[in-house]
Design a protein around this ligand. Structure first.
Ligand SMILES: [Fe+2]
Length: 485
């Protein structure tokens, strides 16, 4: 089939003037701020921040900016393109280019604390490189420059700068602010240059943001992913949007994956979605930690001073197939992760313990869903864990989840375990709620937004504040928990 015929059949077309200008103007902002031509159209990302370490992600691209005048398709029709299709002709593409990267990290007082030296980045890693920075000072502001060049001895391209603050040491009572979001669907982006919530989060200046699943939608945003390169393109066009680039230069993140940014809706190891052939679940597992700085462990916890510890859970790698009959051996987390979660929760002396789950543990959810602990299909593990949590926590542990496309605060009628759902990233992506359910819900809102989480020291104790915010960053609900002596 000719290229034109393929395009006509798939519905892709050149963008109109408005689409080019809208996206191009959005994309030009950060580069003007940078003043020089960079080769980092996909930005920089800082992740896994602890009191003494961080991981910084960079990628060398052919151009300074995402492609604004490439082919677009509106609507969601589940279209695939031939595997050999030239992805660089699509709008938002950011082809990588062979080269080297180096990161230099300084404390806010100017003292250089890390120089990674030059390291190469090629096609095997999608031209990305991740630098693990250790021996940092706790509770300290850091800035960094990510440099690129074509090869040894070549001139350095324009740099990108970024910043982060290390966590306070576990013995220190200090205020902490986090933002948490999920479900950013590219076809439901609510503003030229990216999602409005990234502006709101950047202005809020949290210590970190948590993107807890569905960072991209491989199976339901066009073109549907059918190759490793198309999967990478989904990441490139998402994270090269100006609002995301600007926010992630200023705010470090923790990334957690869910079904759509791993493979396909409600997926498990070995599941096959025929439309996505020859792309596989296993390929999806490898791409996620290539595109975000998440370190080697899919599940992990981070301490933020005396008052706060967060647990980031993995819900796809170890999962029993959803259609398997429910029972004691059926699991979303797998035995090792569950043991680690329960042991480390018990051992933690943090004032507040937040379990960050890509999917609900409490719910409620629609009756026909088969993917999470609030569904009948995983009822045994769900019931068991909620009971265990109610018995072992002292009102200091909460579940914060992504995945569901409505914002809510629910309390399990049986165990009183509390859950906050952050909702979808944009208003137009909100949908699918079972409706407000008074037996569970203290708050229910079917619109987009994110969670703002604060821990505030009060004498030798502290208070936990959890707010739902709308896409503009305005508070729509809040819950405040004083610490019991
Ligand atoms: Fe989602």
């Amino acid at each position: 089939m000719s290229k034109i015929a393929v395009l006509r059949k798939s519905g892709f077309r050149p963008p109109n003037r408005r689409e080019v200008l809208g996206l191009a103007l959005g994309a030009l902002v950060p580069v003007r701020a940078q003043q020089v031509e960079t080769h980092q159209a996909t930005g920089v990302r800082t992740g896994e921040v602890s009191s003494t370490s961080a991981v910084i992600w960079g990628r060398r691209t052919r151009d300074s900016l995402r492609r604004a005048d490439g082919l677009v398709r509106k609507g969601q029709r589940g279209t695939t393109l031939p595997v050999e299709f030239d992805i660089s002709s699509l709008q938002g593409s950011c082809p990588g280019e062979e080269g080297q990267l180096r990161v230099i990290v300084r404390q806010s007082d100017g003292k250089k604390v890390h120089d990674s030296g030059w390291g190469s980045a090629g096609a095997a890693s999608d031209f990305t490189r991740q630098f693990t920075i250790t021996k940092l000072r706790p509770d300290t502001a850091h800035t960094y420059t990510m440099e690129t060049r074509a090869g040894a001895g070549m001139k350095v391209d324009g740099v990108l700068t970024g910043q982060f603050r290390t966590a306070p040491a576990a013995s220190v009572l200090a205020p902490v602010t986090l933002a948490m979001m999920s479900c950013q669907k590219y076809s439901q982006t609510d503003s030229p240059g990216g999602f409005l919530i990234y502006d709101a989060i950047r202005k809020m200046q949290p210590h970190a943001y948590l993107s807890v699943g569905d960072n991209v939608y491989y199976d339901s945003d066009d073109p549907v992913v059918n190759s490793v390169e198309m999967a990478r393109y989904h990441w490139h066009r998402m994270f090269s949007q100006a609002k995301l680039v600007e926010c992630l230069r200023a705010v470090p993140g923790y990334w957690v994956k869910d079904d759509h940014d791993c493979y396909s809706d409600d997926c498990w190891p070995g599941m096959v979605n025929e439309t996505m052939n020859p792309f596989t679940f296993e390929q999806g597992l490898k791409i996620f930690p290539e595109q975000v700085p998440m370190g080697p462990r899919p599940y992990r916890s981070f301490r933020w001073g005396r008052a706060l510890e967060i647990w980031l859970l993995e819900g796809r790698d170890y999962r029993t197939a959803n259609p398997t009959q429910d029972g004691p051996s059926k699991s979303i987390w797998g035995p090792r992760q569950k043991r680690w979660l329960q042991q480390s929760l018990t051992a933690s002396d943090a004032h507040w313990k937040l379990i960050i789950s890509p999917t609900p543990v409490v719910g409620p959810d629609r009756a026909n869903k088969k993917d999470n602990h609030s569904n009948r299909t995983f009822a045994t593990e769900g019931t068991q864990f909620r009971k265990w949590l109610a018995g072992s926590s002292r009102g200091d542990t909460f579940v914060l989840c992504g995945d569901r496309h409505w914002q809510y605060h629910s309390i399990d009628p049986e165990t009183k375990v509390e859950e906050f759902g952050c909702g979808a990233a944009s208003d137009s992506h909100a949908s699918g709620s079972p409706g407000e359910t008074p037996r569970y819900h203290r708050f229910h809102r079917m619109l987009g937004g994110f969670l703002a989480i604060q821990v505030l020291p009060e004498g030798q104790s502290s208070r936990l504040l959890i707010e739902h915010r709308n896409v503009a960053g305005e508070k729509v609900y809040e819950r405040s928990y004083p610490r019991e002596a």
